[in-house]
Design a protein around this ligand. Structure first.
Ligand SMILES: [Zn+2]
Ligand SMILES: [Zn+2]
Length: 338
């Protein structure tokens, strides 16, 4: 089969790849679509680790073409979406339900071969069926949405809250919709790109600001009567994290969702935290949130069609990464139409 093999920093080769035989507990999936994620870019650029060599791509959907055991509860021809994160089930964290801290965590598309390929071997435990009439492009959003659901759990939004979302990429625009569904009364998006601003409004934001806009703090304080209840950072940069902390009102919550580069630090004013009783959260992976994410997508409660701004063929993936095709796109899908 054809696969995009990542072998070292900035080095992806699309080549013929020989699949090993299936184990009893595995399925063979013909990949239909695979989303390209910030994590793939971090790995490609050497800012996040992975196994080497490995087939990247962890946001994928497809159709089952073979199974290791006749008893598997799936049938050949079933449409599925994949949860890439594989928890061991027996380490001390798995045994107390904190599976995202699993000491033996493996991930398809990071430490095991993933979805930038014609086919993928997937453990039965990682496959989730979707309805046969469901668009497999939409299904690729299950993984990023599941991660957002973890972040939203921490945000604990109450009806009537004022929420600021910083960053209007895929994650920010999923967050806008989740925050809206949670009953926020004012949703403010901070994003410089006019197309993303417009999409943000269409998907549920009430106001938008450009990050560098003059007097942005005063304007947001005026809109919210100085009470931003939750600020969600979806960029992964120390300056926007700093902005989120400054924007949160008294008793406010800050969810730092974006993944910042390894060497970034911020300075906190401790009296500011003290006097405002600020609560700062992070969000790591997607424990127990894939199923609700799939339900939100299949029931059309979260809209993702307009987030797909580009589709490219598997064979062109090297070009795409090499020329930083991420810029100006929201979600890019690798399409596998062979
Ligand atoms: Zn991802
Ligand atoms: Zn574990």
């Amino acid at each position: 089969m054809l696969a995009a093999v990542f072998s070292s920093t900035r080095n992806i080769t699309v080549r013929d790849y020989c699949l090993r035989p299936l184990e009893k507990s595995e399925l063979l999936i013909k990949v239909a679509y695979c989303g390209v994620c910030g994590t793939d870019r971090h790995i490609y650029e050497g800012n996040a680790s992975s196994s080497l060599p490995v087939i990247l791509g962890h946001e994928y959907s497809g159709v089952i073409t073979d199974k290791g055991s006749k008893d598997a509860k799936f049938d050949i021809g079933n449409k599925v979406v994949v949860d890439p994160n594989i928890y061991c089930g027996y380490c001390r964290y798995c045994r107390i339900g904190k599976i995202n801290f699993c000491e033996n965590l493996k991930a398809l598309g990071v430490t095991l071969n993933g979805g930038f390929a014609e086919y993928s071997i997937v453990p039965v435990s990682q496959a989730y069926r979707v309805p046969n009439d469901f668009d497999l492009r939409i299904a690729t959003f299950a993984e990023p949405l599941s991660c957002c659901l973890r972040g939203i759990e921490h945000a604990g939004i109450s009806p009537g809250n004022s929420v600021v979302i910083i960053g209007g990429g895929t994650i920010g625009l999923l967050m806008v919709q989740l925050v809206k569904n949670a009953g926020a009364s004012r949703i403010i998006l901070i994003e410089p790109d006019p197309h993303k601003q417009k999409l943000g409004i269409e998907l549920g934001a009430d106001y938008y600001f450009s990050s560098i806009e003059e007097g942005i703090f005063e304007k947001i304080n005026e809109l919210t009567d100085s009470q931003v209840d939750v600020a969600i950072e979806c960029v992964g940069n120390k300056d926007t994290v700093d902005q989120a902390i400054k924007l949160a009102g008294k008793g406010g919550k800050i969810v730092i969702f974006g993944l910042a580069p390894k060497d970034q630090h911020i300075t906190l004013n401790l009296q500011h935290l003290f006097q405002n009783e600020l609560k700062i959260f992070n969000s790591f992976l997607n424990p127990f949130t894939i199923k609700p994410a799939i339900d939100l997508l299949t029931q059309n409660r979260i809209k993702v069609q307009k987030l797909i701004t580009k589709q490219i063929c598997l064979k062109d993936i090297n070009n795409f990464f090499h020329n930083n095709g991420f810029a100006h796109n929201i979600k890019v899908l690798i399409i596998n139409n062979n």
